[in-house]
Design a protein around this ligand. Structure first.
Ligand code: KG4
Ligand code: ZN
Length: 353
């Protein structure tokens, strides 16, 4: 299996990792969360500057942790990889330029990787040598701060998007509701934590598009419903009230994600369902998917917790699969904000109302 070093800098994590196929030899992530927290969200200009500050150190650390020699990378690696799309363009450029520099110095092939494809590979990552399951076919629910997509994975680079959010991404909804509640950024993990103590039936909230025949999602109405609830009742007066509201909100998101993902899996006749992306770390979501898998008899693979959020191991794994399949990298790697990618076959189902 190919040994690949990859860099990821598409948003607010500066990351570098070394993998042997799906086996992670090192994975270093420098998070900028604290820098952006005081602004309530990611500030692109600050993200670029902090990537520049962190990138050399992060690469050095990933090389050291993997037990590689910084002066013999050309012999010890098969390829290099970098997230080149989509993302904040200034942030992507830092990773792309660092990767190009490494490629120039080592003469190793450099693969540009689509961030979404990276997340699809996160479900296969591990720290032991067990043979991973075949990549395709499976149904993936990709839920992060920027994505909410149901993807039928047909093969390497062959993805059919069955449905996506029509407004906010699931993670974005968590972050925006946290802001309404005066909780710090990113709100997802905090709401998840508070929800564990609350009653999910305490506050009635909408489940948008739950019954619609398509596989699309919508979360902005849910956010508005929380805002209306706060207007009427004021901010929670006790921790118990706060936990109840968090639990009710989490249940509303989870209900729709689980129901639609399970229906899509069954309709497509796929026996494996993967849950990936930052929101895949959600304890409520994982528990509900586990229950559904036991009840409906399908195989559930939730990305390991440490690879749910942005990391470079998933980017390296996507490139390692390409090397193993005998693919050649593009001549030039450049940063792009486009979601569509000429290297991938991304199709979409026709939209039902
Ligand atoms: O995949 P990721 O690190 O970055 C993107 O590609 O967007 O996802 C970050 C998102 C944030 O919106 C964050 O609030 C959310 O994932 N998140 C969670 C949890 N952990 C992270 N949302 C719900 N529950 C969690 N436990
Ligand atoms: Zn991501």
């Amino acid at each position: 299996m190919a040994r690949v070093l990859a860099i990821e800098s598409s948003c607010d994590e500066t990351a570098c990792a070394v993998v042997d196929g799906m086996l992670v030899r090192s994975s270093v992530v420098a998070s900028q969360v604290e820098i952006h927290a005081r602004f309530g969200g990611v500030v692109p200009e600050l993200a670029s500057r902090h990537h520049l500050d962190a990138i050399t150190l992060v690469i050095r650390e990933a090389i050291r942790e993997a037990g590689l020699s910084p002066t013999a990378l050309a012999e010890e690696l098969d390829a290099l990889a970098v997230t080149d799309s989509p993302g904040l363009v200034g942030a992507l450029l830092v990773g792309v330029q660092a990767a190009r520099g490494l490629a120039l110095a080592t003469n190793l092939p450099l693969f540009g990787v689509h961030h979404m494809e990276g997340h699809l590979f996160s479900a296969f990552l591990g720290d032991d040598r067990r043979a991973p399951e075949p990549f395709a076919p499976h149904l993936a629910l990709l839920v992060s701060g920027g994505h909410t997509e149901l993807v039928e994975v047909r093969g390497l680079g062959d993805y059919e998007i069955l449905g996506a959010t029509r407004d906010d991404a699931a993670g974005e909804a968590f972050d925006k509701v946290a802001k309404l509640l005066g909780l710090p950024y990113p709100g997802g993990p905090i709401i998840d934590h508070l929800a564990e103590e609350g009653n999910p039936e305490a506050v009635e909230l909408p489940r948008a598009m739950l019954a619609s025949p398509n596989f699309d999602f919508s979360f902005s109405g849910l956010k508005t419903a929380v805002a209306v609830h706060l207007d009427r009742h004021g901010q929670p007066r006790s921790r118990a009230e706060l936990c109840d509201l968090c639990a009710s909100f989490r249940a509303a998101v989870v209900d729709v994600l689980v129901a639609k993902a399970c229906r899509a899996r069954a309709e497509r006749g796929l026996d494996r369902l993967h849950v990936v992306g930052g929101v895949a770390a959600n304890a409520g979501l994982r528990a509900r998917f586990e229950a559904a898998a036991a009840e409906q008899g399908f195989r559930l693979v939730a990305a390991p917790l440490r690879y749910c959020g942005d990391n470079a191991a998933m980017i390296a794994a996507a490139a390692a699969a390409r090397v193993d399949a005998g693919c050649e990298p593009a001549v030039e790697v450049d940063a792009s904000v486009a979601i569509d990618d000429p290297r991938l076959h991304i199709s979409r189902v026709a939209r039902a109302p």
